[in-house]
Ligand binder design. Structure first.
Ligand code: SAM
Length: 359
């Protein structure tokens, strides 16, 4: 099985782009506050919107940004073009680095578990390529955008050979046919026209937003914390060597624990998020599988402005394993659209009682 990004809107990104509508004639931008894989920002950019993307995971922000890159943004002049750069990257000699030490069978030499996320051959190529990208950036061979694209391509390549059942929350005890494949870098289809974009890595509450912007929020809706479920992608993206531990070699992630993932905090977190956002239009995705029920969310958001609930229909449920596939029913996706006055000021200036009362 290949990697699944929990909550990805790949199947409904077109519908969400339709809700955004045509790009505005004013200076408004489409802000994707929880960009994840970037499929929504990409669909909206296809309509001609300038976009601002944000995620608190660097790996997600990089993956999202890569979908927006045009060929003219990444000439790779010093390496003979994009495809040539990937070929050179694929040729680097394997290195026994952090990913190999912690996430391949080599881990058994210093831990009690043999972490079988990657074969030693693939892990040592990931280490070598990640180090090469840093060297190229440091010596000026590649630009910041070219670096981002190469890291995104390396993350995609790692995803194609990870020995996991959908997320990096655990590795498989036995090697899957995917896990023993040889790591390969694939060039992606770059855009023919540049997209006006800016990329942020940080908490959603820190993104700059103006009244003329349309803000899209797709927060986590279950207990699964992305920082833990995708920890190895984050380490590859950052190229750092954190203290890791436990069976799965988890990097420190609790500083990124999201309130949306806790049943008791989710309603307050969602309502505050929308309340505090100063955009004239806010689109909030939520799922019938989420901690907060549709009626409850609707009641909390209605006092904040003019609310419309759009049903996007059924989409497949995240299924971590074969048993879950057999038992799966589908889930319903909604977008709550809130419109506020042109000044971006909430119709009601204080939080509704439902929000104040929840711990
Ligand atoms: C449901 S996913 C978004 C999926 C995305 N729309 C897609 O289609 O791929 C939620 C994302 O929010 C990010 N996230 C969680 N808490 C966050 C926070 N407080 N601030 C910013 N990003 C956060 C996670 O890393 C994850 O990528």
């Amino acid at each position: 099985m290949s990697v699944r990004y929990i909550g990805s809107k790949a199947r409904v990104s077109g519908l969400i782009a339709d809700l955004a509508g045509p790009p505005p004639s004013d200076a408004g931008v489409f802000v994707d506050g929880f960009s994840g894989t970037g499929v929504v920002a990409s669909a909206v950019a296809d309509l001609g919107w300038p976009v601002r993307i944000n995620d608190h995971l660097t790996s997600s922000a990089i993956t999202s940004a890569a979908r927006l890159i045009a060929r003219s943004d990444v000439p790779f002049a010093s390496l003979g073009g994009y495809e040539a750069a990937l070929t050179k990257l694929a040729e680097v000699q394997p290195v026994l680095g952090f990913i190999t030490r912690e996430y391949s069978p080599v881990s058994a030499q210093h831990t009690e578990v043999e972490r079988r996320y990657f074969t030693e051959a693939n892990a040592s190529r990931i280490d070598a390529m990640r180090a090469q990208i840093t060297t190229w950036r440091e010596d000026g061979t590649v630009s910041a955008t070219e670096e981002r694209l190469l890291i995104a391509d390396l993350l995609a390549a790692a995803n194609r050979v990870a020995n996991i059942a959908g997320t990096y929350g655990c590795f498989l005890r036995n090697w899957s046919s995917t896990g023993v494949r040889e790591l390969e870098l694939h060039p992606r289809d770059l855009r023919s026209r540049p997209v006006e974009m800016d990329v942020h890595v940080g908490d959603v509450t820190q993104i700059p937003v103006r009244p003329e912007d349309v803000v899209y929020f797709d927060p986590p809706y279950t207990k699964r914390q992305y920082a833990a479920y995708y920890h190895i992608l984050e380490t590859i993206a950052l190229g750092d060597e954190p203290e890791v531990g436990g069976v799965t070699g988890l990097r420190p992630w609790r500083h990124l624990a999201s309130d949306f993932c806790y049943r008791k905090r989710a309603l307050t977190a969602l309502t505050s998020l929308v309340h505090d956002c100063t955009a004239g239009r806010v689109l909030l995705s939520y799922s019938s599988e989420g901690h907060v029920g549709q009626d409850e969310l609707e009641a909390a958001l209605a006092p904040l402005g003019e609310l419309t609930v759009h049903s996007l229909g059924e989409i497949g449920r995240y299924r971590p394993n074969d048993a879950a596939v057999r038992n799966a029913d589908s889930v319903h996706e909604y977008v709550f659209e809130l419109r506020r006055s042109a000044r971006g000021v909430a119709v009601q200036s204080s939080l509704p009682l439902a929000v104040q009362g929840v711990a």
